[in-house]
Design a binder for this molecule. Structure first.
Ligand code: CA
Ligand code: CA
Ligand code: CA
Length: 321
């Protein structure tokens, strides 16, 4: 696998140089016709942690994956699904439409092992860059995870020690530095001032008690700073999901975990406007306009998260691998 991967990197260095030239001459247009996504699901042991919702992180990760696939999108999308655990990842599904993808998500099960996050992110980015080269596609690594890299094999290209310093000042040779380069240039060892070639989304489950038990106002953990930085720099989304909170639900404009008349009327009140002057919360798909798409999202999710009343305190049960 190692030599094959090296060859693919060599061929892409040429393609990357051509793209850089096109950008300099102003000919590279953002005229994407499709979107290709690899949904990367963490099935390491810590994903079996029970959240206050009563569901495991893994079960709620699958709900988040399904919501992502069912969200209306401007471009036609193809999705692959990979899961990672132990020292490797599994291709659960090749590039398929949304209906097949939702069905595949429903069949996934969690594991018990460690978290080869750098390996999974880098190989998913590589696969996206290789897939359907004749199509101008927006390429997205959509990560749903709860944890830091801790098991990428030493003989793979994105293996590295943890960065000493936080994003954006990543230690050269660290796994964080390598995945940043990979998303940017398609080469884990090459940085570039050019825009990211891939979009990176991250849904990250966490427990603030575990992350920062002593501090009253804890600084953002370095792992979150990394995922947030990569998402923002590449045009993707970063969604931190605290264990004691409900998972975010599409259509929930005020983040109370429930889609009800409050959310519905906010969308109606801003209907037909662009953002601004429309309230950003009413723009549910983030395309800077409040229109029928947003209306469909709030309508399609009405009632979600609302039927259980006030939640009694449920202690979170943390699982470590
Ligand atoms: Ca883990
Ligand atoms: Ca709400
Ligand atoms: Ca919108």
């Amino acid at each position: 696998m190692f030599p094959r991967t090296l060859n693919r990197w060599a061929s892409r260095a040429v393609a990357g140089a051509a793209l850089a030239l096109a950008s300099l001459s102003g000919t590279a247009a953002q005229a994407f016709t499709e979107e290709h996504v690899i949904i990367l699901i963490d099935r390491s042991g810590s994903m079996m942690t029970t959240r206050a919702s009563g569901q495991t992180r893994f079960a709620d990760a699958l709900v988040r994956g399904r919501d992502f696939v069912q969200m209306p999108n401007a471009l036609p999308r193809l999705y692959a699904i990979w899961s990672f655990e132990g020292a490797s990842y599994r291709r659960e599904q090749g590039f398929e439409d949304g209906a097949k993808t939702v069905a595949t998500l429903g069949r996934l099960t969690s594991g018990v092992g460690a978290t080869p996050l750098a390996l999974a992110v880098c190989d998913a980015a590589d696969e996206l860059l290789q897939f359907a080269p004749g199509i101008d596609a927006r390429k997205v690594v959509h990560l749903i995870s709860d944890g830091e890299e801790n098991s990428t094999p030493e003989d793979t290209l994105c293996y590295g020690p943890p960065s000493i310093t936080r994003y954006p000042n990543l230690t050269e040779g660290s796994w964080e530095w390598k995945i940043r380069n990979m998303l940017k240039t398609g080469d884990p060892l090459r940085d570039s001032p050019n825009p990211f070639q891939l979009v990176f989304d991250a849904d990250v489950f966490f427990n603030h008690l575990t992350l920062a038990p002593a501090a009253a106002a804890p600084p953002e953990p370095a792992f979150h700073a990394l995922l947030k930085g990569l998402s923002q720099a590449s045009g993707g989304t970063f969604t931190p999901i605290e264990d004691t909170r409900p998972i975010p639900v599409p259509g929930d404009t005020n983040q109370d975990g429930c889609v009800n008349s409050t959310d519905y009327y906010l969308v109606l009140a801003n209907y037909g406007l662009s953002v601004p002057p429309a309230a950003p919360a009413a723009d549910l798909n983030g395309d800077r306009a409040v229109n029928f798409t947003d209306y469909s999202i709030v309508l399609g999710n009405l009632g979600r998260g609302c039927n259980t009343g006030p939640q009694p305190f449920v202690p979170v049960h943390e699982v470590r691998e």
